[in-house]
Design a protein around this ligand. Sequence first.
Ligand SMILES: [Zn+2]
Length: 44
Amino acid sequence: MAVFVCEKCGARVETRCKPKKCPQCSESGTMGKAENPKPQGKGS
Ligand SMILES: [Zn+2]
């Protein structure tokens, strides 16, 4: 599962596939993948 966040209204959606449009504000093309909430440790 991945988390997508609407850049317009900030709605968070947990889904396997990227939503075409926001289920909250119905705006299309605003869904962006949220950062992984899990700590990834050190990276370069
Ligand atoms: Zn939205």
